[in-house]
Design a binder for this molecule. Structure first.
Ligand code: SF4
Ligand code: SF4
Ligand code: FES
Length: 229
């Protein structure tokens, strides 16, 4: 196989033809943060947390393929501050009360907040009014925590149909469920939807807080440490 040679922050890396920068970086032991990206799902490029600089331009590393001789800037102060700002924006544009959230300790947004040492966000809180949807017998949607990554839309199907989709437009756009499919969800589908959601918007009913503090996913291992220290 012919490898593509490129660098990330000066480190020489090898990638495969058509591979995204995020995936190639991972293979080379380099962590680039992601939120909307998920292995096995077609990249959507919605959150921009994976932004890197290539030839002076900011690019989403989850949708940009590696190219021969590419010079990628990843962990520079500029990129890291931009990512921190994106995390802060995601916090202020929703309603995130981590101590009461069932996803706390297993939440990618919260873990990124810790990674970027977020204290008080530099942006004003918007305190939006968002409806919950608990109509499905198996799960509920707490839209206060949704980051509109579309992982649920891309990854959760029933009988070839999408269970989740965006409803309404513009500033009112929010995640919704197909009422009929949502009423027939199996435990396995609800579990998959909850695990695919990076935050605590999709919560399977009757499993909240099942894992005690200290044993949750990010209690012992900060996000990104599985790829890079
Ligand atoms: S979804 Fe994540 S960031 Fe939001 S309240 Fe829950 S744990 Fe905190
Ligand atoms: S419900 Fe979860 S998975 Fe779906 S768009 Fe919102 S944050 Fe993403
Ligand atoms: S992870 Fe690349 S845009 Fe979201």
């Amino acid at each position: 196989m012919k490898y593509i040679k490129f660098t990330i922050d000066g480190k020489e890396c090898k990638g495969k033809d058509g591979q995204t920068i995020v995936d190639a970086a991972k293979d080379n032991g380099v962590y680039i943060p992601t939120l909307c990206n998920f292995e096995g799902l077609k990249p959507a490029g919605t959150c921009r947390i994976c932004t890197v600089k290539i030839g002076g331009r900011n690019m989403a590393a989850c949708t940009t393929p590696v190219a021969e001789g590419m010079v990628v800037e990843n962990k520079t102060p500029e990129m890291e501050d931009m990512r921190k700002a994106i995390v802060e924006m995601l916090f202020v544009e929703g309603n995130h009360m981590c101590p009461t959230c069932e996803k706390s300790g297993n939440c990618e947004l919260q873990a990124l907040g810790y990674r970027y040492l977020m204290l008080a966000p530099r942006f004003p809180y918007l305190w939006p009014v968002r409806q919950l949807d608990a109509s499905s017998p198996k799960l509920y949607l707490d839209r206060n925590r949704c980051v509109q990554c579309l992982r649920c839309v891309r990854g959760v199907m029933a009988g070839g149909k999408h269970i989740f989709g965006m409803v309404q437009r513009g500033g009112k756009a929010m995640i919704g469920m197909d009422d009929d499919l949502a009423s027939k969800l199996t435990d396995a589908q609800a579990k998959k939807a909850m695990s695919l959601c990076p935050v605590g918007c999709i919560i399977q009913k009757e499993v909240g807080f099942a894992v005690p503090i200290g044993k949750r996913k990010y209690d012992a291992r900060p996000i990104g440490s599985e790829i890079q220290g």
